[in-house]
Design a protein around this ligand. Structure first.
Ligand SMILES: Cc1cc2nc3c(=O)[nH]c(=O)nc-3n(C[C@H](O)[C@H](O)[C@H](O)COP(=O)(O)OP(=O)(O)OC[C@H]3O[C@@H](n4cnc5c(N)ncnc54)[C@H](O)[C@@H]3O)c2cc1C
Length: 123
């Protein structure tokens, strides 16, 4: 019985399957992190260039608004603090009237504000 168990264990190890995730956008990257945290081997296939090696031209790209829901997802894969610490909290949007008056509009309740992430700092 022991040898059967050992054999089964060895063959399952040598035949360990890799999960392929096609697309390394927000969803693909996140699911890859979730799968890796569960102990799976994951290979992400992305047709665009690697953002970690790409040259981001400052001022040519708007910031990414990270929502409270997005933060919760990052929290589950242990990356919330790393990402949020690089961002800028967006508590409200400011409306600039033609007469010069400024009116702030809160974007979310209390701690549920969005966080602005610069693309070059996400690398
Ligand atoms: C102008 C704009 C601004 C936005 N701003 C925000 C924002 O501030 N905050 C926010 O939360 N959301 C924002 N969004 C929405 C957000 O971008 C999408 O909800 C999100 O990207 C969807 O994630 P996804 O992984 O499904 O798709 P994507 O992020 O589009 O990822 C799909 C990936 O798959 C790759 N791919 C496709 N086909 C193949 C293939 N055959 N082989 C390999 N790779 C492939 C693509 O290159 C791409 O990288 C914005 C969207 C737009 C258009």
């Amino acid at each position: 019985m022991d040898s059967v168990s050992t054999h089964t264990h060895e063959s399952s190890r040598s035949e360990r399957k890799v999960i392929a995730v096609v697309g390394g956008g927000l969803v693909g990257s996140l699911i890859a992190c979730f799968l890796a945290k569960r102990g799976f081997d994951v290979a992400v296939y992305e047709s665009r260039e690697d953002i970690r090696q790409a040259k981001v031209v400052k001022g040519r790209s708007i910031n990414l608004a990270l929502s409270h829901r997005g933060r919760q997802a990052l929290k589950h894969v242990g990356m919330e603090d790393k990402i949020v610490s690089k961002g800028i909290p967006m508590h409200a949007r400011m409306i600039h009237n033609l007469n010069g008056k400024r009116s702030p509009y809160p974007m979310a309740k209390r701690d549920r504000f969005r966080n602005a992430q610069s693309h070059d700092r996400l690398q």
